[in-house]
Design a protein. Structure first.
Ligand SMILES: Cc1cc2nc3c(=O)[nH]c(=O)nc-3n(C[C@H](O)[C@H](O)[C@H](O)COP(=O)(O)OP(=O)(O)OC[C@H]3O[C@@H](n4cnc5c(N)ncnc54)[C@H](O)[C@@H]3O)c2cc1C
Length: 404
């Protein structure tokens, strides 16, 4: 029988397996991933990884491998204007360090992160079963029996669902969600530009939603471009000329000539919060527990915080000789994480509603607020600490860079 079975071999599932196995090597840990073995190599996207999350990756021993591919965010600017405005006044600027030489976030190509986490799984002896999905499970007193799409059956003391925002396991466990659709989609595309970005990230609040420019290595940037869903679908399907013209209207000319590289994809955006994170011998982590708007680039970082809290809860229970699947133990994890994820879900929801519109009095009020923050250095450093995840009082040990 396995001790912990993780369903979903995305960033959160892989990190959960590594965190537990590294701290408790005697536990039998396995990951099941529906996608074929090489699918992850085709992901051309990148994610903003905050300082606290990169500390956890350091403890895993994978950050040195990821770092050469990661672009530090050294500065951030925020504007608020209409798409057609010739000049975008800057309302807020942040210097991107939480401490000397420590950027508040890095932009990390997903391929580099998943590749490094998969390498750690291999070194720790964690099996990853590919190309099979979890189709059903049954919970008994001392174990959970999971059935896979190839008909095989696995038995485990604890089942951890990291199967993404449309989690089937969450539904099978009877856990309800609060959820709504924003009617917006996030177009993700990489662009190459003539001049260097110098590590500066930009968030332009435009009436249809935020347009984020996030720095990558080698004069490239990753864009998260929010539009109303029908417009986003039209843009993704448009020919290169139309797409690049629309892109230039939003991006501007300050980095010289632009070229969109590779795939463009639109992700429908919504808010999904699970009403419970645990059930007997069952826990949710990552997007399976909370899918939020990418306005603040925090979705995956919240998932990494789940991983650190869940691993600390399980490993401490195991060291005391307690049953890691018992609901009393798992409730500690739920208490630790539910309020924080709810707060972040609500914050991103409010920010999106506040900024994704062109209502004049709302615009005046929000720009006044941004200007005020810009003039108060203490408030600014508070926000940077929050965004970097280093200021949180409830941080699990892994996010403080300490082994469990
Ligand atoms: C446009 C956009 C931009 C974003 N940018 C950022 C950012 O900059 N920073 C940030 O922190 N977050 C960002 N996010 C959020 C981030 O992408 C998600 O939070 C993250 O992908 C969640 O990881 P996960 O492992 O929980 O889920 P997923 O990445 O969805 O992985 C789930 C895995 O489970 C597998 N699976 C599903 N069902 C089964 C099954 N039944 N059996 C077996 N396997 C299964 C899937 O194949 C998949 O590999 C962004 C999101 C969007 C939409």
């Amino acid at each position: 029988m396995l001790d912990m079975l993780v369903v979903g071999g995305g960033y959160v599932g892989l990190a959960a397996a590594v965190a537990v196995k590294q701290a408790a090597p005697h536990l039998q840990v396995m990951v099941v991933e529906a996608a074929p073995v090489t699918a992850w190599k085709k992901d051309t996207r990148a994610s903003a990884i905050i300082a606290a999350a990169s500390k956890m990756l350091e403890v895993f021993g994978v950050w040195d491998e990821i770092k050469p591919e990661a672009e530090p965010i050294t500065r951030m600017i925020v504007t608020d204007s209409r798409t057609s405005d010739p000049v975008r006044p800057v309302f807020l600027t942040f210097d991107g360090e939480v401490a000397e030489g420590q950027p508040f976030a890095h932009m990390v190509p997903n391929v580099a992160m998943v590749g490094a986490l998969r390498g750690a799984c291999k070194r720790l002896g964690i099996t990853i079963r590919h190309g099979v999905s979890a189709t059903d499970f049954k919970t008994e007193d001392a174990s959970v029996t999971l059935t896979l799409s190839d008909g095989s059956v696995l038995e485990t003391r604890l089942l951890v669902a990291c199967d993404g925002v449309r989690s089937k396991l969450r539904d099978m466990a009877g856990i309800k969600t609060v959820n709504w659709d924003y009617g917006q989609s996030g177009i993700v595309v990489t662009v190459e530009h003539e001049r260097p970005h110098e590590g500066c990230a930009e968030e332009h609040f435009l009436p249809s939603g935020p347009f984020a420019i996030l720095p990558l290595k080698n004069n490239r940037s990753s864009l998260v471009w929010t539009e109303r869903t029908p417009d986003a679908d039209r843009l993704v399907a448009a020919d290169e000329l139309v797409f690049e013209e629309e892109l230039e209207r939003r991006f501007g000319h300050k980095l010289g000539a632009l070229r969109a590289l590779g795939d463009r994809r639109a992700f429908p955006l919504g808010l999904t919060l699970a009403r419970a994170f645990v059930a007997p011998r069952f826990a949710l982590a990552g997007d399976a527990a909370h899918g939020i708007h990418p306005i603040s680039g925090q979705g995956l970082n919240l998932g990494f915080k789940d991983v650190a809290a869940l691993a600390e809860t399980i490993v401490e229970a195991d060291r005391l000789g307690l049953d890691i699947g018992s609901i009393n133990i798992l409730e500690r994890y739920q208490t630790w994480r539910r309020f924080d994820t709810f707060r972040m879900g609500v914050t991103t929801d409010v920010l999106n509603r506040l900024f994704s519109n062109d209502i004049a009095p709302v615009r005046v009020a929000r720009d006044f607020g941004l200007g005020l923050v810009d003039r108060l250095p203490k408030l600014k450093s508070f926000f940077i600490g929050q965004a970097a995840g280093t200021a949180a009082r409830d941080n699990p040990r892994l996010l403080a860079g300490e082994a469990i």
